[in-house]
Design a protein. Structure first.
Length: 233
């Protein structure tokens, strides 16, 4: 906790003691940081600042400053954490321990049959929450926000799975690839493969041009453009 005259930077809930200078060098102020207090919330001690002739003494104001946390992000009464799970964990289940802000350990476990998806509805991040594990409400200690968990599913890398593993997955997972009614030997059939691409490059190819020169900084919709960026998979 860092102290300066008139302000206190508070990182954790608790109490700090500050010895004032004027007007009473021996006076000690106790500042109680209550659960659920917000960023920039003020704690005021009336009439304890400098005294001037023929004027009422001013106030000492402490301003709460939240410090960024390595695990949690706060918005209002809610907390957010991120979690990366393997494809195995996403399909078959997982558990992990979170050290909460109040010193408790939360053992977070998926329920049998629960699946963590790569993305949510409409392409949004896949998020779940735990009720009453967010921040306490200031002045109402029994009311708490939610703890949101933003998931990322880590898929296997190219060529990471063996042929035996892939055969097992084909037999185990639902909806295996359907047989395609197409003759690869037909002269009208061309077998093509995919590359990794940047969706921001979609629509940036100028009509009527070919080759790498077709991607330049000018386009009909304006703005800075950097062309297609592809990697071989």
């Amino acid at each position: 906790m860092y102290l300066s005259w008139g302000k206190v930077w508070v990182f954790l809930q608790g109490t700090t003691r500050l010895t004032t200078t004027p007007p009473n060098p021996t006076q000690v102020l106790e500042v109680n940081i209550e659960k659920g207090m917000k960023h920039q919330q003020k704690i005021t001690f009336n009439g304890l600042a400098d005294e001037k002739p023929n004027m009422e003494p001013g106030n000492i104001v402490f301003v709460v400053q939240e410090k960024e946390h390595a695990t949690f992000k706060r918005k209002g009464g809610d907390l957010l954490i991120t979690k990366t799970v393997s494809l195995n964990e996403a399909l078959c289940g997982f558990s992990w321990v979170v050290n909460h802000l109040d010193g408790r350990q939360l053992l977070i476990k998926s329920t049998p049959g629960e699946v963590i998806r790569a993305e949510g509805p409409g392409g949004q991040p896949f998020v779940k929450c735990i009720v009453d594990e967010g921040m306490p409400t200031h002045g109402s200690q029994f009311q708490k926000g939610k703890l949101y968990i933003l998931f990322t599913v880590q898929f296997p890398k190219d060529n990471e799975l063996s042929e035996a593993a892939m055969n097992t997955l084909r037999k185990t997972l639902p909806n295996p690839a359907a047989e395609v009614d197409c003759d690869e030997e037909d002269e009208n059939v061309e077998v093509v493969h995919m590359e990794v691409a940047d969706v921001k490059s979609f629509g940036k190819l100028k009509a009527g041009l070919g080759g790498s020169s077709a991607y330049d900084e000018d386009s009909d919709d304006g703005g800075d453009q950097k062309g297609v960026q592809c990697q071989q998979s």
